[in-house]
Every structure is written in C-alpha cells, then in structure tokens.
Write a protein of this length. Structure first.
Lengths: 193, 318
C-alpha cells in the first residue's frame, strides 16, 4: 500500500489529461467521441416531447389513468379488464395478461383502489424508433385487496404495500392517451418508497 | 449417517416442492395485479442501508486498488454502457432536487456543471437522450452543453473494474464437507460449496446499478498445506448418487491427522447495468471467501478397536 499515493496521483494526472482531451474534442465538434450504439434508432426520428417536464407530465397522467381503469375495471367485473389491458404493451402487457388469466381461472378479483406517487423521470429517449419514457414510482396497494370467489383475501399478508417500481412507457405522441406501459419491474435496489 | 441422509432427503424434497407453491411473478416483473397479491419479488425492506458498505475486503485485482479509490484510470476503448448512447447527451432538467435517492447515493448538491449526461441515473436524476442528431429547439448542442465526464455512466467507453464495486457485494458462499466436521485419513473427504448466480444492487460510480455475480471458480485451502481448484462447486455424495467416501471432482485425501481449518474462496465474474440497461461485464474477478470450517482428521479404526493402541500396540487396527 506504500506506493498507492504515487500510483493514484499518476492516475489522476492521466485522468486530467484525458478530460482535457475530451473537452477539446467536444469544443472542436469532433464527432468521434460517442459512437451511436448499434441498437440506436433511425436518425430521422424526431423526439416526441419538447421537454422532460412534458414527458413526466404525460407519464403521470397516463399512469393515473392506468390505475383508474384498473380499479374501475374490477368494480365492473373481470370482463371489463380488456380496457385496462389495452393500456399496456410488450413485456408488461404479457405479464399482466398472464396474471389476470390466472386470476380469472381462480375466480380472484381486486377490490379497493390503487394509487401511486413519487413518480420521477429516469430518462426520455428514442430506442429503436420508439420514444421511451422511463420512470420510477411508488405503487401503493394498501387501499386494496385481492379476494377469491368466497370473498376471502388471497393476497399474501406480508406483501409490501408500497412497491418501488421502474415503469417504462412507449409514447406514440405527447398525448397521455398515447402512452402505453411497456415495462413494470420492481426496483431491486434500495426501496425508495 | 442414516439420520443425515434422512434429513438430506427431507431437505431435497422440500426444495423440489418449492416451485409448485403459489405463483410468483417472473424475476423483477411486477404488474399492478402481481403487486396486489404480493407476487412481486425483490422488494427490499423499506428501511436499512443496503449499499454504502466499504467492506470489500476480498478483491484480488490489480495493485493500488483501494476501496472507493481511483476509478479514473484509462479505459477509453470499450463498449457502450447503455446500448443507446448517442451524440446528444444533455439534461438534468432539475438536477438539484435529489431527495429520496433510492440508493442513498449522495449526489453533490449544485453539481449541475459536472455532468448532466448520466446515461442511466437513478430516481431524481432525470436524463434526456435522443438518438436524433437534430437538437431539440432551444437546446443547442454546442460546446457549452456539458460533456460527459469520462468514467461516469454516460461514458460510452466506461470500464468498470472489480475494485469499483465498493458498495455492491456478492453474497458470501457457504461451504460444506462430508463427513461433516471430521474426516478419515487416507479416504476421500468430499467438499462442496453453495454459490449461485445472483443479483445485487447499490451505487456504482455514483449511480444506482445492478450487478450480477456468476461463480466461475472455487479454490479450497484444505488446511493441510495443500489447496485445490475446481470450476464447479461440487455436491454431496448423495446428490451425485455416489456411495459415501467416493472420490469426487472436489474431494481431497488427507495424509495425516490433526485439526484442520478449511477455507474456500469463490471467484465471481460480475456484470453490471444501470437502470435496466444492457448488461456489461466488469473487468476482473471478485474473490469471496466462505466462512472457514474446522474438522478433525483421524484414522479410521481408532474408535473401533477394543483398547487404545498405546495399551495394546499389537491390537487390530493399530
């Protein structure tokens, strides 16, 4: 460990030189720095949202509507869940279709209301030509329950009532109604809810 | 031994029966309905401090590494951290308000000028990236736009080394042996380890990240001055369908008696990703030691003869 200091100073000096280099490159407008990833979209696609704020607002409204439709769908019976399922796409859609199919087979249904809060923007970006809005949010299921056909709760008693989620939206336009939930995963890091 | 076998049988049976229990969501996925039933996996307890633990005392790479130390060396020739990096990287529309960062990551207040291009920042760090080279009106992509600081998540050439994983730990492997706690000189003793692919999360280079650890090598210190390595962790005789005291790929034959301290170190390969991006490999392997085991090496027959060999050196087994 004795020569750590020297080594680290050296590295820091190299770092400073490298930074200066990057700065110069960006100053001269040299395009060589970040190459587009192979997965990037066609360069002609234009961003949909004019600002992060607009994207976050649209995502907030879209998710609020998503939960509203979920709750009201159950209030009207399982056959009304099609509207809810139409609000998701891709992986999230498939997962929810699979879950609800099992619920229906078992005669389960949800009651109460689900809410969310603390939505934050993670990123707004074009990916393979699709405008993605990635967010973090806290899903609150404390005001709801899942019951079987006899009215007994089938929810795990130890389930977390506030879930930290990463939710992605695919946006076709800046209109909240054109945002579809495409991914809904538990944030596996420290629970921020 | 019979009792141990029975216990093992019960254990195996319970492991096998686990998947048939109540359904759980696919790892990570958590729809609203999954959340309601409690089927969402991987939610951390809301309290606690997963994360900022600098006890990475086992890293084995390169000289000069020190927990939390320098991560700014070299490495400008790698892949791209998020698969979607592109020219324009600017953002942090509200850089400051980082209350409630999920990882306890402390972004320095007022850091706005430092790096607004975090390709994959956590909550509270919104970023905005477009693959479109045409800048958004009113946001000129000129040199005044802050550039990505090298060796931060937005750097397409980011190289993450094992020593950067200061706050993200791999699970400690567990080792086992047969017979348990004792062994017979001259006859194979079977060693095995439980280590599996697993995920861990925490701050990496200042941003919330996930790291996936995959065990790739097992090294035993047999405690008799010898050691052995294996690419596999081994398994119990029963699990391998072998008779007791069989030779296995992870067995060892001791030559002399004594009390032994047996150590195991598992080498994990690591991959990282930021905020659901693509997995990228971490340079180097992380060596994680298991808790040592103590065992007594004895000769077979010691306890079987009628009298102590010292009293009757000519007795059977002496």
């Amino acid at each position: 460990m004795g020569n750590d200091g020297g080594w680290r100073h050296g590295a820091r000096r190299m770092m400073a030189v490298a930074c200066a280099g990057v700065l110069l490159l960006s100053l001269t407008g040299c395009a060589s720095t970040p190459k587009p990833a192979p997965t990037s979209s066609s360069p002609t696609a234009a961003p949909i949202f004019a600002s992060d704020e607009e994207a976050l607002a649209a995502a907030t409204e879209a998710y609020a509507n998503y939960l509203r439709v979920y709750d009201s769908g159950w209030a009207n019976g399982p056959s009304h869940m099609a509207t809810y399922l139409a609000l998701s796409t891709g992986e999230a859609h498939e997962n929810e279709v699979a879950s609800l199919a099992k619920w229906e087979a078992d005669g389960w249904y949800a009651t109460g209301t689900t809410t969310f809060d603390s939505m934050r923007l993670q990123s707004v970006e074009l990916e393979k030509g699709v405008q993605k809005v990635r967010t973090y949010l806290c899903l609150d299921i404390s005001q709801g329950d899942v019951l079987d056909s006899n009215g007994n709760s089938v929810a795990r008693p130890d389930r977390p009532l506030r879930l930290p989620l990463e939710v992605d939206f695919d946006a076709k336009s800046p209109e909240p109604t054109d945002l579809r939930i495409s991914r809904s995963d538990v944030w596996s890091g420290k629970n921020f809810c | 031994m019979v009792r141990q076998k029975l216990l093992l049988g019960v254990l195996l049976a319970s492991i096998i029966s686990l998947p048939s229990m109540s359904p759980v969501a696919a790892a990570g996925a958590c729809s609203v309905s999954d959340g309601q039933t409690g089927a969402c996996q991987g939610v951390e307890a809301a309290v606690g401090d997963s994360g900022v633990d600098v006890s990475a005392g086992w890293e084995v790479t390169t000289p000069g590494s020190e927990a939390g130390g320098d991560r700014g060396d070299g490495g400008f020739g790698g892949g791209q951290p998020n698969g979607n990096a592109s020219g324009n990287s600017y953002g942090n529309s509200d850089g400051g308000g980082g209350d409630g960062l999920p990882e306890g990551v402390s972004f320095v207040p007022g850091e706005d000028g430092r790096d607004s291009g975090d390709a994959a920042s956590g909550p509270g760090q919104p970023t905005r990236r477009f693959d479109d080279p045409v800048p958004v009106p009113g946001v000129p992509a000129d040199p005044a736009a802050p550039a990505c600081v090298p060796q931060t998540p937005c750097d397409p050439a980011l190289v993450v080394r094992v020593r950067d994983l200061v706050s993200i730990e791999a699970d400690q492997p567990v080792q086992g042996m047969e017979p348990n706690g004792w062994l017979v000189v001259g006859i194979p003793t079977n060693f095995y380890a439980s280590a599996a692919v697993h995920l861990s999360s925490g701050p990496l280079l200042g941003s919330p990240a996930e790291v996936r650890f995959t065990p790739v090598g097992y090294t035993w210190d047999y405690g008799d001055g010898t050691s052995g390595s294996s690419a596999a962790g081994g398994a119990s005789w029963a699990a391998q369908g072998l008779p007791e005291f069989s030779e296995t790929t992870t067995s060892h034959v001791y030559e002399s008696t004594g009390t032994l301290t047996i150590g195991l170190s598992v080498a994990y390969a690591a991959e990282y990703r930021f905020a659901g991006g693509v997995w990228r490999s971490v340079d180097g392997l992380l060596e994680v030691p298991a808790s040592p085991m103590t065992a007594i090496a004895d000769r077979a027959g010691t306890v079987l003869v009628a009298e102590a060999c010292s009293a009757n050196p000519g007795g059977p087994g002496c």
